[in-house]
Design a binder for this molecule. Sequence first.
Ligand SMILES: Nc1ncnc2c1ncn2[C@@H]1O[C@H](COP(=O)(O)OP(=O)(O)OP(=O)(O)O)[C@@H](O)[C@H]1O
Length: 295
Amino acid sequence: MQDLAVTLSGYLSKLSLPSLGVTDILEIALISFFIYQFMVWIKFTRAYTLLKGILIVLLFILVAYILKMNTILWIIKNLSTILLTSVVVIFQPELRKMLEQLGQKKIVASIFPLDSGKEVQERFTDKTINELVKACFDMGEVRTGALIVIEQNIRLSEYERTGINVDAVLTSQLLINIFEHNTPLHDGAVLVRGNRIVAATCYLPLSDNMELSKQLGTRHRAGVGISEVSDSLTIIVSEETGQVSVAQNGELSRGLTSAELRSALIKAQNKKVVNNSKLRHLLKGRMKHEEHKAD
Ligand SMILES: Nc1ncnc2c1ncn2[C@@H]1O[C@H](COP(=O)(O)OP(=O)(O)OP(=O)(O)O)[C@@H](O)[C@H]1O
């Protein structure tokens, strides 16, 4: 037993742990954060399938390496630059989305909750939410198809240009009128910015997500498509079933109730937050106190 202790202490004394500074901890935290973001990105994009494919190719290379298949190794070596470039070109939309998502993350705010109670600009009013919910369910009831894109932080000007300019206050009657069959504006998507309908008959990019149900046609694919390339919230009313669905971040939630649609809209509304940060409260109180003292 004593021998074991001596051997162990001798072994431990030989082990030299590198000194860990603040910069190292910061470095580890940053690398972990980026690896985590990369994994989340992989999980929720087409890149997940690509990753599985890459793993198979890597396995193949490993086998070729172990068995010393020189011709295969030579081909792989010479094609590697081209393959890497093609991956970047093929997955350019996903890469762009990942960088956009990263840019939207309020990293500093989540570390320092000082601004969590900051008053933020609400995107649209409660009245607009009511009008949207009413219009969608009224249209659903009479099987009128609709596609409504609600712009958020990312400007959708390039899609707005594909449609006809409307620029009118959003009301349920106007929406119902736009999507009425056999009228000039009913085809394509309506774009909503704030409390206004800015354009109708907009053409949206179609999603090529293979996981979307085969029963869904181009209206739903277009709704999902725009949500893959922007942070918009898109409401889809099915002409076939009357179901109301919402597409956001490339995901489709089907068959929503009016309460569910309302809560999705409230989330997107970015409503003015009443000051709820304790720290902010304290700071404000102190500032007021100092103002009084100055008087
Ligand atoms: N790329 C697009 N951008 C905007 N709107 C589109 C696009 N593609 C199709 N649409 C709209 O979708 C309509 C066709 O819907 P389709 O029947 O194919 O879709 P769906 O998903 O099966 O929906 P529904 O349940 O309403 O039938 C078109 O008339 C057009 O208004």
